[in-house]
Design a protein around this ligand. Sequence first.
Ligand SMILES: Cc1ncc(COP(=O)(O)O)c(C=O)c1O
Length: 368
Amino acid sequence: MSIVANEPVPRPGILDIAAYVPGKEHAPGVARVFKLSSNETPLGASPKAIEAFRQSAGHLELYPDGQALALREAIAGVHGLNAANIMCGNGSDELLGLICHVYLGAGDEAIITQHGFLVYKIQIMGAGAKAIEVPEKDYTVDVDAILAAVTEKTKLVFIANPGNPTGTYVPVADIRRLHAGLPKNVILVLDAAYAEYVRKSDYEAGIELVSSNKNVVMCRTFSKVYGLAALRIGWMYGPANILDALNRIRGPFNMNAPAIAAGSAAIRDQEFVGEAIEHNVLWMDKLVHAFEAIGLKVTPSVTNFVLIHFPEIDGKRASDADAFLTSRGYILRAVKGYGLPNALRMTVGSEEANRGVIETLGEFMGRN
Ligand SMILES: Cc1ncc(COP(=O)(O)O)c(C=O)c1O
């Protein structure tokens, strides 16, 4: 007779997963807090999205549309896509999980990069597969390192483009080269959570590559530039073969009605998005110059956040800076878990928050 455990036992590998730790929200004992740790927009959501959210409160007794058709059509309209190739998720996190659970199993491998978004590894391991981490170059995804790591066991390749927490990007020519080098049964997942912020002519989020291939998907989110992180709205643009497979295990009502309503209104309000981007461009430039002027190094960023590197000398390490900033109410993101123990990631905040961080870090660096 086999021995029965005296409590339920998770599948092998589940207890090896380090659970995701979100950005800090509180600064104990500080009255006024500026949360700059989760890449949320300082401008909030479009008033039109907020109004649509309020309207939806009148019908909370009804199940939402399980196909989220209104939202998919709104996204399709703005991006010039076919709504049939769009799937919405409870945050893009859900979609990243679905793709792992559909395409990975025991014995499979999925490739991630050195400073890649931590959710990939969690979902790969959650599906019982192995995450193969490859090095980045200058905090940037290295296409050749990925191609060198592909084996017969590889089923998925995850790239955040632009990267989080690095803020760097891979030009479209390199993404095409990467795709061309992958076997046809390997899916390239292009996670373009910060695509709206990128102002580079050699960047593409992935729409064209998805449109012309059966093994590429692009994930996007409403949590950043659209200011709807609380509602959890992500979307995937993908070929019919992949969306059909994902749809089979997707929760039948994974998108809630207020999210569908607010998301549809938000994406139609591109004027609001334009304002958010303008604010970001202005302050990214000011922040980078100010940090460099006080002797800090920053990784050039195309997103709404910036990776700040601290000098090893004088004991002025990132963790000291983190504590000092927090004591003043400025909450940045420690990125030790991303293999960056001596850096902090700062989201571009409101004018008041940005000025406060500049002044506080200046004080920390002893130059004020
Ligand atoms: C690279 C990347 N992908 C995905 C996400 C998750 O987005 P969502 O809020 O849509 O789940 C984030 C959020 O921080 C991110 O940085």
